[in-house]
Design a protein around this ligand. Structure first.
Ligand code: 5GP
Length: 198
């Protein structure tokens, strides 16, 4: 396609969803690091009231804000979609998403089921939904426990319970990727990207 034509085409939104611990964030991070993809895919950084985990970076993993700030952003209509997940708020900033799409950039987001469904409704032609499936409940439990070592047992149980419900929604997505082996799952996600990208 000619560069001038591509310029006028809005970008696509790649939404990775799936239970906590399915590996969707790792998949998106690796996809963006791929040499052939890096220039054409940008990660959208969400706003959240969840406390920062060790190793997470402000403005890279999330914009960590207090509840009042989150409410202010909502009221000012600066959030495109939002959800409440296990007591914390998460939202997609509107401005950057609209700007990047207009520029014809492809966007990558990791969202819960509600977020994936909202964005698909807002952008029916541009949103590509991918559900990342964990290989088993046992594997999921191990991943969640590993990640939540710093947090409490209650949160681990809640995330697992929710995960069991979430996998039932997989059939409503455009694509499903089984993450038994990260390398294979990445290859599949890459194929989807090249098939669908602007
Ligand atoms: P975590 O606390 O594990 O980082 O995220 C919890 C859940 O919230 C995950 O399913 C994650 O994909 C989802 N999430 C993160 N940011 C957003 C967002 O901006 N909107 C929605 N709807 N979900 C989000």
């Amino acid at each position: 396609m000619k560069a001038s034509k591509r310029k006028n085409k809005p970008g696509k939104i790649f939404i990775l969803s799936g239970p906590s611990g399915s590996g969707k964030t790792t998949l998106l991070t690796r996809l963006i690091k791929d040499k052939k993809i890096a220039k054409s895919l940008v990660k959208s950084c969400s706003v959240t009231t969840r406390p920062r985990r060790p190793g997470e970076v402000q403005g890279k993993d999330y914009f960590f804000v207090g509840r009042d700030e989150f409410r202010r952003l909502l009221k000012a209509k600066k959030i495109l979609e939002w959800t409440r997940y296990l007591g914390y708020y998460y939202g997609t900033p509107k401005g950057p998403v609209e700007k990047l799409l207009k520029e014809g950039k492809n966007l990558g987001l990791c969202l819960d089921l509600k977020g994936a469904s909202t964005l698909k409704k807002i952008y029916p032609r541009n949103a590509v939904t991918i559900f990342v499936l964990p290989p088993s409940i046992g594997a999921l439990k191990a991943r969640i426990e590993g990640r939540c070592r710093e947090t409490n047992k209650k949160e681990i149980t809640q995330r697992l319970r929710l995960a069991q419900k979430e996998v039932l929604a997989a059939s409503h997505f455009d694509y499903r990727v089984l993450n038994r082996n990260l390398r294979v799952a990445l290859q599949e996600t890459r194929k989807i990207f090249f098939k669908e990208k602007t």
